[in-house]
Design a protein around this ligand. Sequence first.
Ligand SMILES: Cc1cc2nc3c(=O)[nH]c(=O)nc-3n(C[C@H](O)[C@H](O)[C@H](O)COP(=O)(O)O)c2cc1C
Length: 184
Amino acid sequence: MKILGLAGSLRAGSHSSRLLDAAGAALPAGAELDVWEGLRDLPAYDQDLEAMETPEPVAALREAIRQADALVIVTPEYNASVPGALKNAIDWASRPRATTALQSKPVAVLSHSPGQFGGLWAAEDLKRILKITGARPLEASVSVPQIDAALPDGATALTDPDLQGALEAVLEELTDLRVLAQAA
Ligand SMILES: Cc1cc2nc3c(=O)[nH]c(=O)nc-3n(C[C@H](O)[C@H](O)[C@H](O)COP(=O)(O)O)c2cc1C
């Protein structure tokens, strides 16, 4: 089972990438995480550009989504929502609407923040955006507060057993064959 992972931060060594790695380590047996690294290569979405030849990084993103059984997206919170670079990737992937690679794709949404709310607003916005595209974000998402302590440097799992359990439960649901069957 192929799971495509997207981290919504461009920063080297970001908390988003580290949380995505922790999600990869927490996947049930038989599921493998393939991390998509092309976020910074995408041009800004432009309908004129879309009408021309598809930019290579956009084609690569769409193909990676198409090949995946499901997605895990980790978002930081920027000004109470998702970062522009992540929204840009979703905008490209959502087009053309009739044949979007995102259609019916199950998505687990994870968020984090240095503060006490764990980027909850970004997670809620991301689920709303994904629903509009035709993707199927799971209702259950995981928002990790105080990310520095929750996932210290070098850690491969969340320090809070309840949060780690919530992460494992969401990934279990994402890879449930019944969930995937609805996506087919
Ligand atoms: C432009 C910008 C806006 C931010 N807005 C918020 C915010 O609204 N809420 C919040 O909890 N943190 C906010 N932060 C802090 C980020 O959550 C924090 O820097 C986070 O670690 C970034 O994720 P990363 O480590 O994956 O790059 C903001 C950071 C930036 C750069």
